[in-house]
Ligand binder design. Structure first.
Ligand SMILES: [Zn+2]
Length: 602
């Protein structure tokens, strides 16, 4: 069984110093579990059934400014391209081809590819933003499917923007309604991708001389006021464009704005418990969670940004941030059947769905869902790194050798993960590394039912196990998932939230008929009475719930009896969820802990 096994455990840095992780090709991964289910329903109950001709394409054929002046067709092409690659389903490929071809057919001689009549082009909101993402979507079609006409269309559209923006170096799209950063969101990425694919210096030059990307270091403006300079998604997108520029021509100064955002998120209350940022689309640090909390665009870009930083730094805590956002803010932004998507996902008060399939948030939601298959496994030269724990299969290349790996797990319902080597061309010693979540106090692992190895100092780090792997080898991991009571800060001071693994739990009136006519803000819970997890299918098959006893906050303590004997807490994506933080009598109770991200050094 363990004869001949070369078994050592070391910190990942010993293996991965100074190297960046590589994603696995989209069509080499198949995902199950809740992540896989969310991908499937986003493809088949949303992207494939929405009115793509009427709502998305028709405005580009008619060329008449409609609605809010924005569709999101480029974002939709990006999502369709990835879904087509991932599913390899002829129907999805056909829909993708149809959208790309129809849009390219609507491109004009001068390169314009948009929905505005001639007199409104470029400077009316959101023409530049739309064209930028069209360029990006077409380039993804070229990168994933080698479609040369998509590359040609993207180049023509890029040239059109350069030609029509260059004469006006100070002009702000929308005639001053929004700040320049917001009105041009996406242009730098589009131009940098054009540069990457064509090596034509004019695209790189435009980003530097016209957009002045290398000089930009915008402040973090809190709240929505003036020209919306605090727009979180526009700000983060520009930070990421600077990271991309750094990958093209190394200049570490370009990473400073990202550092500033990271510090704001982790040390200055910039992120909320469900893993997203922003109120009314803008930076906020109050920890208030109602109404327009957590724009879906921002949730999507945060996950993408963390993926980039994980790959560049090998710091597994970025994986923790990713899964916090994925299981809470992101999945909470979607109806349980996948058909509807939210613009905002508050953790307090009623949640509503957005009434369109187009516009920014639904389109950015589809894009990030389409990227999730590439956030599970990563490789670098001679090792495999597992970031997300979910049933899945992937074919990976290690040391120029093909390895088929499979995860069997109920995660996030429990912390037990089995990693199997299904196929490997020969017995080979190499490291398999995996993320040990920040919340995990003690992690155990064993190979082929051998002795358990136990580590209690790896929370927020990576465990690397080198072994002589062969066909049928099984690596079992147990993260020892336990319920946690998390202390609220700022507006949530004196209140707590309940977490289990990456999941946050919430209170709905539907699961709690006894609270139907009660003000949920007036509930105090007794954390010592929390019980669970119990099975609960409200959000997903095999999902979880907790129960807790509580009372009306205005009652005196100590109590003779609890007002509420059985308050049920369901998983955060519960569409009826209305309250996440609940009062406690003593916020200093030792059972209550700080969110591990709070002040964590990254
Ligand atoms: Zn949005």
């Amino acid at each position: 069984m363990s004869t001949g096994i070369l078994l050592t455990c070391m910190l990942f840095t010993a293996v991965g110093t100074g190297t960046s992780l590589e994603s696995v090709p989209l069509d080499w991964v198949k995902v199950g579990g809740e992540i896989g289910r969310r991908i499937d329903i986003t493809v088949y109950n949303n992207t494939m059934v929405m009115d793509i001709d009427g709502e998305f394409l028709e405005p580009f054929i008619r060329k008449e400014n409609v609605g809010g002046g924005y569709i999101g067709i480029g974002k939709t092409i990006d999502a369709l391209v990835r879904f087509a690659k991932y599913t390899n389903d002829p129907k999805v490929i056909e829909r993708k081809d149809h959208v790309v071809k129809t849009l390219l057919d609507a491109q004009e001689e001068d390169g314009y590819i948009g929905l505005f009549k001639k007199s409104d082009r470029v400077w009316k909101l959101w023409d530049i933003h739309e064209i930028a993402y069209i360029i990006y979507g077409l380039l993804m079609e070229y990168r994933f499917f080698r479609n040369e006409s998509a590359l040609e269309g993207a180049k023509k559209a890029g040239d059109y923007l350069i030609q029509n923006m260059s004469p006006y170096p100070e002009r702000i799209p929308g005639d001053g309604d929004v700040c320049w950063e917001m009105g041009t969101t996406g242009v730098e990425t589009a131009m940098l991708c054009l540069y990457e694919d064509t090596k034509d210096p004019k695209y790189l030059d435009f980003v530097k001389s016209y957009m002045k990307l290398d000089q930009w270091d915008g402040p973090i403006v809190k709240g929505r006021w003036g020209h919306i300079q605090g727009h979180a998604y526009a700000h983060l997108k520009r930070c990421m464009a600077k990271m991309q520029l750094n990958r093209i021509e190394t200049n570490l100064d370009l990473l400073k704005p990202s550092r500033k955002v990271l510090d704001f998120i982790l040390k200055d209350n910039g992120m909320v418990i469900i893993g997203t940022c922003g109120q009314h689309e803008c930076w906020h640090d109050t920890q208030e969670g109602s109404a327009n909390l957590g724009e879906t665009c921002m949730t999507a870009y945060l996950i993408r940004w963390w993926d980039e930083q994980l790959r560049e730094t090998n710091n597994s805590k970025f994986g923790d941030l990713m899964e916090r956002a994925i299981y809470n803010a992101l999945f909470g932004a979607q109806s349980l059947d996948g058909r509807k998507i939210r613009y905002y996902t508050p953790f307090e008060g009623k949640r509503v769905y957005f009434d369109q399939d187009c516009y920014c948030c639904p389109c950015n939601f589809r894009r990030i869902i389409a990227e999730l298959p590439q956030m599970i496994y990563y490789t670098k030269d001679n090792f495999i790194y597992i970031n997300l724990f979910t049933p899945s299969k992937a074919t990976l290349t290690v040391d120029n050798m093909s390895v088929e790996i499979e995860q069997e797990t109920d995660y996030p319902s429990d912390g037990i993960v089995k990693v199997k080597i299904n196929e490997i061309s020969q017995e080979k010693a190499f490291p398999i590394a995996f993320r040990v979540p920040l919340w995990c106090k003690e992690v155990k692992a064993r190979i082929d039912s051998g002795d358990w190895m136990v580590k209690n100092d790896l929370a927020g780090n990576i465990w690397t196990i080198v072994n002589l792997w062969k066909k049928g080898s099984v690596l079992e991991i147990n993260f020892g998932m336990k319920m946690r009571v998390i202390r609220g800060t700022q507006a949530q001071a004196g209140r707590v939230a309940i977490m289990y693994g990456p999941q946050v739990f919430c209170v709905s009136r539907k699961a709690n008929p006894q609270l139907a006519d009660k003000d949920l803000r007036l509930i105090t819970i007794d954390p010592k009475t929390i019980e669970g997890p119990f099975p609960d299918d409200t959000v997903r098959k095999g999902g979880l719930k907790f129960t807790v006893k509580g009372w009306n906050t205005l009652n005196w303590y100590p109590l003779v009896k609890y007002d509420y004997e059985n308050i049920v807490l369901t998983e955060f994506p519960d569409p009826d969820g209305e309250m996440t933080y609940l009062h406690v009598h003593n916020p200093e109770d030792p059972i209550i802990e700080n969110d591990k991200f709070w002040n964590s050094n990254m």
